[in-house]
Design a protein around this ligand. Structure first.
Ligand SMILES: Nc1ncnc2c1ncn2[C@@H]1O[C@H](COP(=O)(O)OP(=O)(O)OP(=O)(O)O)[C@@H](O)[C@H]1O
Ligand SMILES: [Mg+2]
Length: 276
C-alpha cells in the first residue's frame, strides 16, 4: 500500500510501469516529490530516468499505474487541460534544444511571451534576472551559434525556470558544466526550490553535487526502483547496486554494456547476410 498523498504532494508515481511499445523499461515505480523538496533521480545510463521524466510531462503514457501531477491523473487530461497543467511545470530537457534563430534573450523570453500577458518592461526585467542567476546576463544579446555548449545548457536552464513554475524537472542540468558553474547551478536549484516553494526533480549522475542539495534520492536500475532515502541513508547503504553507483566501481550489478536483445541479434544476422 502506498501512503495517501499529502496535500503538499506535487508529483506522484503510484506503482507505475513505463516503456515503449512492448518494451517495458521500468516497473513497480512509486515515487513522490513534495512542495519545497529537491528530489534526485539517479541510475545508470539507459536505466530509464529520462523515460520517467517523459511520463511526468505526459509525453508518454504509463503502461500501468498512475502518474499524478498537482493531484490530477495525467492520463485523463488532454488538450487545453493538459496545456494548462504543463504551464505549471518547467522542464530542462536532456537534449534541451534552443531556438537557433533567436538570441539568448529571446530564447528565455519565449515562455513568457507564449503563456503570459506581462509587459515588455516586465519581460525585460524577468529575463535578465534569470540570465543573471545562471551567470549569463551579459550574454543576452548573443546568438545561439555564438555561445558554448555549457552556456547553452545554462540558457536552457534559465528558460526552464523563467515562468517560476510549481514543478521543475531537470534532466542532467550539470552536463557539460565546469566545476564552478556546476556548484553554482546546484545551489541555484536549491535556492529556487526554497524561494518558490516548488518541487524540483533532478536527474543526474553527479552524486556529490546532488547529495549536497537533495532531500530525497531515488535510484533506479535493473528495471525497477533499487533504493530510496535521504542522501545520508543512501550513503550508509550496503546494497551492492547503491555502493557500485556511489563509489563508481567498474565491477558490480550495474552492467556497462547495453544488453543483447533479439532485435539486435536479428539486425546482426541481416548484416552478416549482406557482408558475405
Ligand atoms: N523513444 C524511444 N523508443 C524506444 N526505446 C527508447 C526510447 N527512448 C529510450 N528508449 C530506451 O529506454 C531505455 C531507457 O532510456 P532512457 O533515455 O530513459 O535512459 P536514461 O536513464 O535517461 O539514460 P541516460 O543516463 O543515458 O540519459 C533505454 O534502453 C533506451 O534504449
Ligand atoms: Mg536520460
Amino acid at each position: 500500500m502506498t501512503p495517501a498523498p499529502s496535500t503538499d504532494t506535487i508529483l506522484q508515481f503510484d506503482d507505475v510501469a513505463l516503456g515503449y511499445g512492448d518494451f517495458t523499461v521500468l516497473s513497480g515505480i512509486s515515487i513522490e516529490a513534495r512542495k519545497g523538496q529537491v528530489v534526485a533521480l539517479m541510475g545508470g545510463s539507459g536505466s530509464g530516468k529520462t523515460t520517467l521524466l517523459r511520463a511526468a510531462t505526459a509525453q508518454i503514457v504509463a503502461q500501468r499505474g498512475r502518474v499524478a501531477v498537482f493531484g490530477q491523473d495525467i492520463a485523463r487530461l488532454s488538450g487545453e487541460a493538459l496545456r494548462q497543467l504543463r504551464q505549471r511545470m518547467g522542464v530542462l530537457f536532456q537534449q534541451g534544444a534552443l531556438f537557433t534563430d533567436l538570441n539568448v534573450f529571446e530564447n528565455v523570453a519565449f515562455p513568457l511571451r507564449e503563456h503570459t500577458r506581462i509587459s515588455e518592461n516586465q519581460i525585460h526585467e524577468r529575463v535578465l534576472e534569470k540570465l543573471d542567476a545562471v551567470g549569463l546576463k551579459a550574454a543576452a544579446h548573443l546568438r545561439i551559434s555564438e555561445i558554448s555548449g555549457g552556456m547553452a545548457r545554462r540558457v536552457a536552464l534559465a528558460r526552464a525556470i523563467v515562468l517560476e513554475p510549481e514543478l521543475i524537472l531537470y534532466d542532467e542540468p550539470f552536463a557539460g558544466l565546469d566545476p564552478i558553474s556546476l556548484g553554482i547551478t546546484a545551489q541555484l536549484i536549491r535556492n529556487l526550490t526554497d524561494k518558490l516553494g516548488c518541487a524540483s526533480v533532478l536527474i543526474t549522475h553527479d552524486v556529490a553535487e546532488s547529495f549536497g542539495i537533495a532531500d530525497q534520492v531515488y535510484m533506479v536500475g535493473q528495471g525497477k526502483l533499487i533504493a530510496q532515502g535521504s542522501p545520508a541513508e543512501l550513503s550508509a547503504s550496503q546494497d551492492s547496486y547503491v555502493r557500485q553507483f556511489l563509489d563508481g566501481k567498474p565491477d558490480g550489478p550495474i552492467a556497462f554494456h547495453y544488453p543483447v536483445s533479439p532485435a539486435y541479434t536479428r539486425w546482426l544476422e541481416q548484416r552478416k547476410g549482406r557482408r558475405s
